[in-house]
Ligand binder design. Structure first.
Ligand SMILES: [Zn+2]
Length: 427
């Protein structure tokens, strides 16, 4: 490299800064966990036994080691893609072979995306079949795992490729305002997906069955009635097909809405605990957390598209990475590759916001259950069964955790109801 432009230099600094921050945060967290590893911390005595605690420490340390390798690989792949000249070389090859129509250009972006996804596959495989396996979580088979990847790729082609073509065509149709139209197209697509995914996409990966007639079903339907939550159905998902980790969520809009409980969750919790988990999910719904999050992400992507439209007009943006100026497909690709090194620094803000919503949903659940014990019981079991890290470093959890830690949630729930003020503040 004879000449390095200031832009290239800045990009290298950004990539290395994110890499260094991730490695540093991870080391901080690992040392913190290991410092507490010898005995069950006071706050968790009687909640978790020594053997489980010990195992959760080992699980955390093992995941941290793999995470560091992943972080380093990602940074290396990104640096190589942006600086080696392989992208402009591939672009020329593509242009000469297939022309510059939106169809060809969208295919170029797609091929680059797949090429950048491939190097991470062996690590994903290792995480599932070595690491998760070692701690007794993996229940997936090789065949199922590869089939999942293949289905994901096909869905990307069927759904993502036409969207890319549309965005590139809009540049010709809408001229200077293309970014606004492109944003509207992407938003419309996302909205459509959130309606269709529960009906068309999720069933491609998992089997959903209505919760059968039982005292549990009675109890959950009563809760839905009490909270005026119109549940079309409560579905059980065969999460145990891939993993022993457990979860619950609700998905879809309006009449497509469904509550989903993992079969693993039903095995692990007793009825009042399951009711509390569902109450927590209903809390998210009642407090309109999903539309609020969607609105925020829509605003952010509007800003993103506008920024892209500005960058796409700058010759230096292309030249810094070895391209001739002018192709929006190239600008889109570069923007996609670079956005992560900037958005990374805002993730603590997003996670802080998400944790606030978790507290609100917890407090809602405790209120409609008339007691916080069931939810606390459920959270304790979930942390235990999933071998969650009970003692993350506060800086680490502040940066990465979308949910508060077990201790934080218990403390918030332990506030007596008479402290309406305090609960109001959390809510
Ligand atoms: Zn939640």
């Amino acid at each position: 490299m004879g000449f390095v432009s200031p832009v290239t230099l800045m990009v290298v600094v950004l990539i290395l800064a994110r890499w260094a921050a991730e490695i540093w945060l991870d080391g901080l967290n690992r040392r913190h966990v290991q410092a507490h590893a010898d005995a069950v911390p006071e706050a968790f005595k009687g909640i978790v036994d020594a053997a489980t605690y010990h195992k959760s420490v080992q699980y955390t340390v093992a995941k941290s080691g793999l995470g560091q390798i992943e972080t380093s690989c990602d940074a290396a792949v990104l640096l190589l893609a942006l600086l080696s000249g392989i992208l402009p070389w591939g672009f020329d090859l593509f242009r000469h072979g297939f022309g510059v129509s939106p169809w060809a250009m969208a295919a170029f972006i797609f091929v680059c995306g797949v090429a950048l996804w491939l190097p991470g596959l062996p690590l994903d495989w290792y995480a599932q079949f070595r690491l998760e396996e070692r701690f007794g979580f993996n229940t997936s088979t090789q065949k199922l795992w590869w089939l999942d990847r293949l289905k994901g790729l096909l869905l990307g082609i069927i759904l993502g490729y036409p969207l890319l073509v549309l965005v590139l065509k809009l540049v010709d149709w809408a001229n200077g305002w293309w970014w606004l139209w492109a944003w509207a197209a992407v938003m419309g697509f996302q909205l459509l997906m959130s309606i269709l995914a529960p009906v068309l996409i999720l069933p491609l990966f998992n089997k959903f069955t209505p919760l059968p007639e039982s005292s549990l079903r009675e109890r959950l339907l009563k809760l839905a009635e009490r909270t005026q939550f119109q549940a079309r159905s409560i579905q059980v998902m065969d999460g145990s097909k891939r993993s022993r980790h457990s979860n619950a969520f609700f998905t879809g809009f309006g009449r497509f809405r469904k509550i989903v409980l993992f079969d693993t969750l039903i095995q692990q919790l007793i009825e009042p605990e399951l009711e509390a988990v569902l109450a927590h999910e209903i809390g998210h719904f009642k407090k309109k957390h999903v539309p609020k999050m969607l609105a925020a992400s829509a605003l952010i992507s509007l800003g993103g598209f506008y920024l892209l439209s500005l960058l796409a007009n700058q010759a230096w943006f292309y030249r810094s990475f070895g391209f001739e100026p002018g192709s929006l497909a190239v600008a889109l690709l570069l923007f996609g590759l670079l956005s992560g090194v900037v958005t990374f620094w805002f993730s603590p803000l997003a996670h802080w916001w998400s944790r606030r919503y978790e507290y609100q949903a917890d407090s809602f659940a405790a209120k409609v259950m008339n007691e916080p014990r069931s939810l606390i019981g459920a959270l304790r079991k979930l942390n235990e069964k999933n071998l969650s890290n009970l003692t993350p470093h506060p800086v680490y959890s502040g940066f990465y955790y979308s949910h508060p830690t077990l201790l934080e949630r218990e403390q918030a729930l332990a506030q007596p109801p008479s402290h309406g003020q305090a609960i109001q503040r959390i809510a």
